[in-house]
Design a protein around this ligand. Structure first.
Ligand code: 5AD
Ligand code: SF4
Length: 421
């Protein structure tokens, strides 16, 4: 989401005549787009702000946008008095106004809805993978999560606007569409004729674009995997056989404390249904270890579920207490030391899953998307349908971005392959 927001901010400022520089000391305007999901991310923002403050030109306008801006509010000006603006994740369309005034001091952290999408210029050249937000905010109040506070209640973008973005991306170079949302499969939009549109409708319509060859979406909430969406995996070959559906923990007791769906059989049933319609589907998850009151046997259950579902490509985090969240006030917070040990154990299980899956790919042929050359320039980096990185010797002829690749070797981190002519 932040990568997308950054691209739109850049496009918006370019349409106002600004150009990008790599050199902070040369910049007239510096914007830090920020994430507040874990404390570490917030700390990084403040250390980066300190560095930028020293490196920038005195006259440069300087500010933060995104979730740390919303969380810090006026406090950000107290901590870094040189800041000119502090804009929440739904206010960055105000930037053109701000840059006209060299003495500006603007705080806007309101949850303004989706108007930012209307005020931003259309992208004229799309990358091969186009990220398209379809909803913002979240109505699920997981007790550890700051997102409902920073991004607000769930709002779905109008169906027609999303399809316009898809067509625009397809006409300007996109081959893959990735639909984005904090709760992407909760997408619900009712038009003026009372017709309800879901994510499955967006996928079906997107698949009709001949230029678009691959479709995916992230991040999904387990109990919103409705049958219409599950069926899409069986009927729409452009939808990649890979789904990020975070479980967070394998312990029903901890899931209850997290205010997450705690019916493990329900979760497993969704995976079963997905495999029934798309036998080659793989699932990825996000995990949190060291949630308040998590004991050794709760953690064992997390290890067990990671092994049982054979998650690939997953993300794991130590629980980080966040302001405005219920879990931060819970008793029995877990020590950093225990969190670190558990994270290491979980990571080694997730790595083993990944290595096993990568090895099972050797000998297979997969349609992969080229991301460009590696650092040496001798290889091309591709993404498989499962988002694995695949390294291929650079051919001495022009290739199209989507190539059939035969997988020849694998380790935990990546695959090696050959282009099939
Ligand atoms: N501590 C640790 N991880 C968190 N996440 C969200 N909030 C927290 C927190 N307070 C993780 C969840 C979520 C991902 C985006 O970030 O795993 O799925
Ligand atoms: Fe946060 Fe995701 Fe839970 Fe929403 S569903 S509150 S974004 S972790």
């Amino acid at each position: 989401m932040n990568v997308y927001d950054g691209q739109r901010i850049a496009a918006m400022l370019e349409s106002h005549g600004l150009t990008q520089t790599e050199d902070i000391s040369d910049a007239d305007l510096i914007i830090l787009n920020t994430c507040a999901v874990r404390e570490k991310a917030t700390n990084k923002v403040y250390s980066a702000l300190g560095r930028i403050r020293c490196a920038k030109k005195e006259s440069a306008l300087f500010g933060i946008v995104g979730c740390v801006a919303r969380e810090s509010g006026a406090d950000a000006f107290k901590r870094i008095p040189e800041l000119n603006f502090v804009l929440g994740p739904q206010s960055y369309h105000k930037l053109p106004e701000i840059i006209k005034d060299p003495d500006t001091k603007l705080l806007n952290i309101d949850l303004g809805g989706l108007e930012k999408f209307d005020e931003l210029p259309q992208i004229t050249k799309s990358p091969t993978v186009a990220y398209i937000p379809i909803q913002e905010g979240c109505n699920h109040c997981c007790t550890y999560c700051i997102v409902p506070y920073t991004r607000g209640r769930e709002l779905s973008r109008p169906y027609k606007d999303v399809i316009n973005d898809v067509k625009n991306a397809a006409n300007t170079g996109a081959i893959e569409i990735c639909f984005l949302g904090q709760n992407v499969n909760g997408y619900k939009y009712t038009d003026e004729n009372n017709k309800l549109y879901r994510l499955s409708d967006l996928i079906r319509e997107t698949a009709k674009c001949p230029e678009i060859q691959r479709i995916r979406f992230t991040s999904s909430y387990p109990t919103e995997m409705t049958d219409d969406l599950i069926e899409m995996f069986g009927t729409e070959p452009k939808l990649l056989p890979f789904l990020n559906m975070p479980i967070q923990s394998g312990s029903p007791r901890i899931l209850k404390l997290m205010n997450r769906p705690d019916d493990l059989n329900g979760y497993k049933n969704i995976v079963k249904k997905l495999k029934a319609v798309r036998p080659d589907i793989q699932i990825s998850s996000d995990f949190i270890v060291g949630f308040p009151d998590e004991n050794d046997s709760d953690f064992e259950e997390t290890l067990n579920i990671a092994k049982e579902i054979k998650y690939i490509n997953s993300y794991s985090f130590k629980y980080s207490p966040r302001p405005h969240t219920a879990a931060a006030l819970m008793k029995n917070q877990i020590s950093e030391q225990i969190k670190s040990v558990r994270l290491q154990k979980l990571d080694s299980q997730l790595n083993e899953n990944q290595r096993e899956f990568n090895t099972s790919c050797i000998g297979q042929e997969m349609l992969c998307l080229c991301e460009g050359p590696d650092k040496t320039g001798h290889h091309l980096l591709f993404r498989t349908p499962y988002m694995q990185q695949c390294i291929v010797a650079k051919p001495d002829y022009e290739i199209s971005p989507l190539q059939k690749i035969k997988i020849t070797d694998a380790n935990k981190a990546s695959l090696r392959g050959e282009i099939i002519k």
